[in-house]
Every structure is written in structure tokens, then in C-alpha cells.
Design a protein around this ligand. Sequence first.
Ligand code: ATP
Ligand code: MG
Length: 539
Amino acid sequence: MAEATNFIEQIVEDDLAAGKISAVQTRFPPEPNGYLHIGHAKAMFVDFGTAEKYGGKCNLFFDDTNPSKEKTEFVDAIRADIRWMGYTWAKEVYASDFFDTIYEYAEKLILMGKAFVCDLSAEEIKNTRGTLTEPGVESPYRNRTAEENLRLFREMKAGKYADGEKCLRAKIDMASPNVNLRDPVIYRILHAEHHRTGDKWCIYPMYDYAHPICDYLQGVTHSLCTLEFEDHRPLYDWVGITLGFDPKPRQIEFARLNLTNLVMSKRYLKKLVEEGAVHGWDDPRMPTLAGLRARGIPAEAIKDFCERAGVAKAQSECEISYFEAVVREYLNAHAPRAMAVVDPIKLTLTNYEGSEDVDFEINQMQEGAGTRKITFGKTLYIERGDFSLDPPPKYYRLKLGGYARLKNAYIVRADEAVTDENGNVTEVKCTYFPESRSGNDTSGIKAKGVLHWVNAETCVDATLKQYEHLLRDADYAGQDFSERMNYDSEHIFSAKAEPYLSEHAESFQLMRTGYYRAFTEGGKLVLSEIVSLKDNFNK
Ligand code: ATP
Ligand code: MG
């Protein structure tokens, strides 16, 4: 058997060993009211990952008990995101598939004297719930007979009452120290069109009541969810025990994934989209899986991150720089190298004529990745920042009279700088040394700096985009998201890129610049930052 690496796997292993279950069945339960985000990737890692590890199955379970907020658009997007993450669900199930059975169970509870129709308003129910230190007050409708409850409940279903006029409540204990057990509402009236059942229903089950039933009907063995449901577990168990579920699914809670500098709540993400603070759900700055995909972050790196961040019971916040370090590590190993110049100045080799191909290593981290050809020529572009007229001490890039190597090509010496009327350098004239060619350097010239370049004759114009985090660092603990919002988090530059980039839509390490995704938009090459080159994560 596989080796448990976290407390959930340990429980599963123990249950298998004790013969309590014969196979693992889990479910991933998104509510189709928005796009999945990186927090959901963690939940998928737990739900799909645990089942996979023990040879079990995981269902895709759409929690669609809340008709007004749910949309088919989100269902489709969620499916696509799960597939992109590389997970396969056994069955696709909707809470609404079970509405009939969930309803029958409610009638059963009524007949058992375990549920009653209550005429109190939502407000009144809230006000009579009590507090953490004081018990609640029993509803005056609590002792209706089973017959009367059944009649009223059927009338609710038949549409006789308006929204909020009545509800069905479990009859548990108004003095329970757990507020969730104080006669919780289990059905409400809602005359709303449901995205799958249309107008068949005007009463809808509450999540806490429907979820254990749906789990049971799917044969879920371990119902894995986040910590905020811990206080709801007694109700989850009450439903299962009262209705005699055997075997009863077991709910286990784990800590949510929280990342610094990212908002994770769907509600807030939706606001950003609606306010136009980002370009959409799939904006590369968004923590949605669609956004991470657009950013160029590989699903494999996300999975790796979830695994390394670990599955724990204790709440914590993970540094965004740790996530970035994992992504960088993945791309360093997998992304081919290429060159682009962001703020170009012209470099002319006064003693060079014609052009030639030089070998460029595709990825020195990958054995056998090999080389490709890049065309070298008389006129090139280098970064403005790689030449200085007034160099500080120990400046290893190019300065007048100084030497530097052009990556995978020749050593050059800067002889003259051409400036415009404002004193800005427009061109650097250089001498190149034929014997210094990379791989066969017999020149004996020492050049510490290695500069990336593109050929001015063959390069293409590109739009280069860089991003900052959507949220600035917090000034104090618990500072509100809206106060930390970084509205100026997208920066656009024009760049010169080697033509190879416009022919290959993939992720690259742009030498000395960062990891970028290359793609064409409106006929123009776009280089969109995935993650910077520099690791600022403090291990
Ligand atoms: P949000 O608060 O972002 O709207 P949610 O909990 O309402 O998230 P659901 O669609 O209900 O989103 O979640 C589906 C599953 O993903 C649930 O099991 C939920 O616990 C889990 N999940 C949601 N956010 C996170 C997170 N940040 N870390 C781990 N699991 C998460
Ligand atoms: Mg939810």
C-alpha cells in the first residue's frame, strides 16, 4: 500500500486496514458560482489525489443547491479547469440529481418527529438562535404534529407559500453548545429558476442537510472539506445517523490554502472582474486556474506546489514567493531559452560584414535538449542598461573601451557612443574579435559580462507585459483587501525579440529577463511575464 504523507491519508489507510471500507470514494464539490482558483487546486489535490493514491475514485460533484447564483457557464469552466489540472472524475454528479431523494428524506424526518415546518421569518430565526454563551429559544411551531408538518411541507413544495413564509427545520436541540445544531433550517422556499431543474422546485434543501445525503448516495467514504466546515460536522453526522446511513460517509477537514498578495474568495474575484480592475476571470494576474493558465503557469507546477505546501489541519498563510519559487524551478527545468531585448539600443559592429548562424543552447538543464541556430549580424540590439557612459566601479557590462561577450557569439569592444541632442545613447559602435567565437575562443581576451542580444535585421517587434501582485503587502494584520488593491499592476513595454519567439507559442526563459509566455495577438508577438528570474523567496 502507498505510504501516507498526511493525516488524511493516514485516516484512509487505517480505515482500509481495519476493513471499514473496501475502496476509497471521494468527491470534489465546487459550487458553480464562479471560476476555480488556486485554493480549489489544493482541494482537488486532496480529493482527487487521495483517491488516486489508494486506487479509489473521485466524483465531480456540483453543489447546485443555490439556484439564483449558479450558471452553466461556470459548470463548463470548472470542467475545463479540472481537465487542465490533469484529473479525471469517475462520475459527474449534481446535488440537483438527488433533489427527489433529498425531499423524500425530509418527509422521513418529519414522520420520525425530527423535522418541523416553522413559520418564523429568517430574521426571527436568527434572533432566537441564542449566542455562544446562551441557548436559543424554541420555535412556537416546534411541536406541530407530524401530520400537520407533512401537510404544510407538501404545500410548500406545491408552491402555496411565498419565499420566506415558511421553512423546514431539523428538530435537534436549541440548547446545544454547537449553534449549528439549534434546529437548523434544512429547506427554504425559493421561487427561482434552477439552471438544471428549471421551475420544477420552489423549495431547495440547505447545503448542510443536502451534502451528507449526496455524499451517501454517491457512496462517498471520505468527505474531505476545508476547516470552516468543522463546526458543521455534528450536523453532517446527525443527518447520517438519524437517517440510518450505513456505511456513513466520514467528513474530514483540512486547512484552506491562503497565499499572501492574492485574493482567493470567489465573491471578491467576481467584484474585481465586474469593476474592471482586471481584464476578466482569466486575466494573468488572477489566482483563478484560468488566470494561472493564461499566465503560463503549468498545471504540473501547481500540483507540485500543493504537494509541497502540504495538507494540514492548522490554518496558515503561504508566501506567494514560495509558490513562485516552485513555478520558477519547474520552468528552469522545462522552458527553452530565448532572447528578447526590452529597452533596446543599437549596437553596430564596424568590422563585421554579412551574417552567420551561431549555436544557441535550448536548455542547459535538460540533457539532450541540444542547440538551435540564431542568426548573428552586423547590427544588433542590446539592453540600454547593458551599456554605460558613466559606469560605476566593477561594471562588467559594456563601457567605452571595455569588453563584453555577446551571448553564444563574439566578444566585442565598445569604441564609440552616438548620442541624440538630449545626450541619450542611440547607438554603440563596437569592434568584434573573430577569434573569440563561443565554443572556440582563442582570442585570449577576458570579458566578464555576457550580454543577450537580438539581430536588428531579423528581429520582430513584441509587446512585453510584466505584472505585479494584485494585492500589495499588508501594512497591518487583517487589513482589508480593497485597501491593498494594486490597480497599477500591469506594465506594458515594447521589445525586440528573436523571430523564433513568434513562431513558437510556448513558455520561455528569456535570457537575463525572466520567464515569459510567447503568443501572437492581433498579428503581433506578445511576451507575457510568468515569473521573474530572481528568486526572492527566503528558504
Ligand atoms: P470561495 O470562498 O472562494 O467562494 P468556496 O469554498 O465557496 O470558495 P466551493 O466551490 O464551495 O468554493 O469549493 C469547492 C471545494 O473547494 C470545497 O471543498 C472547498 O472547501 C474547497 N476550497 C475552496 N477554497 C479553498 C482553499 N482556499 N483552499 C483549499 N480548499 C478550498
Ligand atoms: Mg462554498
